[in-house]
Design a protein around this ligand. Structure first.
Ligand code: SAM
Length: 282
């Protein structure tokens, strides 16, 4: 794993107590009787996708962005690298950068890549998406799922994506979208509990795309699907309680769950929604 020096925020964050982590995944597989020396990417998949809509959402986003085999691709805020492994298995000549701020998640991505023999096709790199350590005009496709919601300066990450993409390159991302009824109290609870900040409305985002020099190719409203998905995900996290106590410690999972319930309640109430955007540089 490479590390960008100087701009890494504290590792004491939401993702230190997140139920999706490499230890948890490997523990679950071990408990299921799997031989950890003989794992394949498909074995990780029920556990390593930290976004809404599972594998289909990754393929839908990649298709919407026009990803082709042989492309140089970055997953911005890649988590433990599940989407990169999924796409790398299908697009065997593409090269992937799995880029994330959190050291534990980058190490987890690297470990899981190595466990399934994909560490030559995917590089896990640590750094801040608001200032990425990649050359101008160097990548074909940038993807991101359910992560810009954490980033304080949305204009900075959009500017950075535009900078590192080749002319004509595409950014495809999905994110939470603020509805008109989302108020300051809701925003404060989301920021304090689950580190969701500066959530954008669709018009806010469109203005920022223009300022970054990105033209809108498509926008899909994912809000109805996300109500169903997040309601199911809340139940899945509740069911993970025993294993997460073992890997994270007592009390940590309970605190995460309280904050997650608040978040899912806002989605169920229609104050928060979801969107998929595809943008072209130039
Ligand atoms: C919900 S997870 C999504 C992970 C991944 N996209 C997936 O679908 O499996 C959000 C990720 O954003 C990362 N993140 C938050 N702020 C970031 C930043 N400023 N730069 C890079 N990554 C960041 C977190 O560390 C976390 O891994």
């Amino acid at each position: 794993m490479n590390q960008q020096d100087g701009t890494i925020a504290s590792s004491a964050s939401l993702y230190d107590r997140h139920p999706i982590n490499a230890d948890q995944i490997l523990l679950t597989l071990k408990e299921q009787g799997r031989n950890l020396d003989q794992l394949r990417p498909v074995d990780l998949r029920p556990h390593d996708q930290d976004h809404y809509g599972g594998e289909a959402a990754v393929f839908d986003l990649a298709a919407a962005a026009g990803l082709q085999d042989g492309d140089r691709v970055i997953d911005i805020c890649a988590g433990v690298g599940g989407p990169s492994r999924l796409l790398a298995e299908k697009f065997t000549h593409a090269r992937f950068l799995a880029f994330d701020l959190h050291g534990g998640r980058c190490h987890g991505a690297q470990r899981l890549n190595a466990v399934v023999g994909m560490d030559r096709q995917i590089d896990a790199i640590q750094g801040d998406a608001q200032a990425m350590p990649f050359a101008d005009n160097s990548l074909d496709i940038a993807l991101s799922q359910e992560a810009f919601l954490h980033i304080p300066d949305k204009q900075a990450v959009l500017n950075e994506a535009a900078r590192i993409l080749k002319p004509g390159g595409r950014l495809g991302f999905t994110d939470l979208i603020a509805g008109p009824a989302l108020d300051e109290t809701d925003r404060a609870a989301l920021e304090a509990g689950i580190e969701m900040r500066t959530l954008q409305t669709v018009p806010d985002y469109k203005a920022k795309f223009r300022a970054a020099g990105l033209s809108l190719v498509s926008h899909d409203d994912l809000s109805p699907q996300w109500v169903t998905i997040l309601t199911e995900r809340l139940e899945w996290y509740r069911a993970m309680n025993r294993g997460t106590r073992q890997t994270l410690g007592d009390g940590v999972h309970e605190r995460y769950m309280d904050d997650y319930e608040t978040f899912v309640g806002l989605v169920q109430a229609g104050r928060l929604g979801g969107g998929r955007f595809v943008l072209r540089k130039g």
